[in-house]
Design a protein around this ligand. Structure first.
Ligand code: PLP
Length: 400
């Protein structure tokens, strides 16, 4: 790399999204280069030796590090005001690696109940197979956190706002309880995105992302990231774990995500504007009951949401009185909004959580998470809001 323009700490957030992490090659390109290479060459056998014994820091193999991936990691760390960021192949690789790199048999994990389906599977099914004890609590109930943390814990895992019911967890309060119990706090910050909520500033130790969602934002590729200021965790646990188990992201995907960051603030702010309008539109319609959106004053945790998020996000969930049949009539009548379980995309997407993203859960577990047969989740996109409302209007009428 000829010129390292990585980061100025005086840069404001919008500048960091576009500039932080950039390294120019000898060709002085404007747009960040895509280094689609698995390996690197050495000028001499001595240089190769020095690179492997740690005397010389340089790129050795793209499972460990790659210039395009490093640009994405540096930029995302800058946005979070964090010292470290490691990109992963998917959001789930980030979630699993964030805990697997440090956890051992006999440790405990306490998690909020309302989680993305695969996160719930990791905590409920996979970790216990390795002798890890896990407990779930209602994220909004500090008394439950306190009781579950009493025996101590290695990790607290939470998602806020949660999927699909948009429950809000008090990150600062739970972090305090977790730290007293000796736990590291991992926050899955996907629904808020790096623009709306800063878990590290609120007391969390580790932030994980599915970059597949808003960071790409255009439905093109998978990716994830683990972000932290905990240097001991990063250097002694996470880096060796990633180096030797291989959840690395492709340089091509890292390049797409790096370019995605440049427009993230613009996109998220339009997403939020459109979602707030959709939430209001639905709240004023008799067909939609229990409209869930953290930005609505009627949301049970609106005050907490306003305290820890700068806007309500782009996901709106609501319930149709006619249960599954009404929800399916609604989805099948949509002409603009697509039926899809993805979210954070430029295109508006709608899904029926009970039969898709959360299908694996028992009826009882679904009920405990507030997932009813009539619940519909909308990821509000960037189309003209009037076209989105026209589509909802038509589909609500068809659902009756
Ligand atoms: C999508 C998602 C994940 C998983 O990310 P992938 O990139 O699909 O692996 C984890 N947590 C939340 C909240 C998500 O929405």
């Amino acid at each position: 790399m000829a010129r390292d323009l990585r980061h100025k700490s005086s840069w404001r957030p919008a500048t960091r999204l576009i500039r932080s992490g950039t390294q120019r090659s000898a060709f002085d390109e404007t747009s960040e280069a895509l280094f689609l290479t698995s390996g690197y060459v050495y000028a001499s056998a001595e240089e190769a030796e020095a690179s492997f014994n740690g005397e010389k820091e340089r790129y050795v193999y793209s499972r460990f590090a790659n210039p395009t991936i490093a640009m994405f990691e540096t930029r995302l760390a800058a946005i979070e005001d964090a010292a470290h960021c490691r990109a992963t192949a998917t959001g789930m690789a980030a979630v699993f690696s964030s805990m697997a790199c440090a956890i051992k048999a006999g440790d405990r994990v306490v998690a909020s109940r309302a989680l993305f389906g695969s996160c719930q599977y990791v905590v409920a099914e996979i970790l216990p197979r390795f002798g890890v004890e896990t407990a779930f609590v209602d994220g909004g109930d500090l008394g439950q956190w306190r009781r579950a943390l009493a025996p101590g814990a290695a990790f607290v895992f939470m998602e806020t706002p949660s999927n699909p019911t948009l429950d809000i967890i008090d990150i600062a309060a739970v972090s305090e309880l977790a730290h007293a119990a000796g736990a590291r706090v991992v926050v899955d910050n996907v629904f808020a995105s790096p623009i709306l909520q800063k878990p590290l500033a609120l007391g969390a130790d580790i932030v994980v992302y599915s970059a597949t969602k808003h960071i790409d934002g255009q439905g093109r590729c998978l990716g994830g990231a683990i972000i932290t200021n905990d240097s001991a965790y990063e250097e002694e646990l996470l880096v060796p774990y990633m180096r030797h188990t291989g959840p690395a992201i492709s340089p091509f995907n890292a390049w797409l995500l790096l370019k995605g960051l440049e427009t993230l603030e613009l996109r998220v702010s339009r997403h939020c504007e459109n979602a707030a309008a959709v939430a209001e539109f639905l709240a004023n319609r008799g067909e939609a009951q229990r409209v869930l959106y953290p930005g609505l004053a009627s949301h049970p945790q609106h005050e907490l949401a306003s305290k820890q998020m700068t806007a309500g996000g782009n996901i709106v969930s609501f319930e149709l009185a006619g249960g599954k049949a009404a929800a399916f009539r609604f989805l099948n009548a949509l002409r603009l909004i697509d039926i899809s379980n993805n979210l954070g995309d430029a295109k508006s997407l709608a899904t029926h959580p009970a039969t898709t993203t959360h299908q694996r859960l028992s009826a009882e577990e679904q009920r405990a998470m507030g997932i009813t047969d009539g619940l519909v989740r909308i990821s509000v996109g960037l189309e003209d809001i009037e076209d989105i409302k026209d589509d909802l209007d038509r589909a609500l009428a068809a659902a009756e």
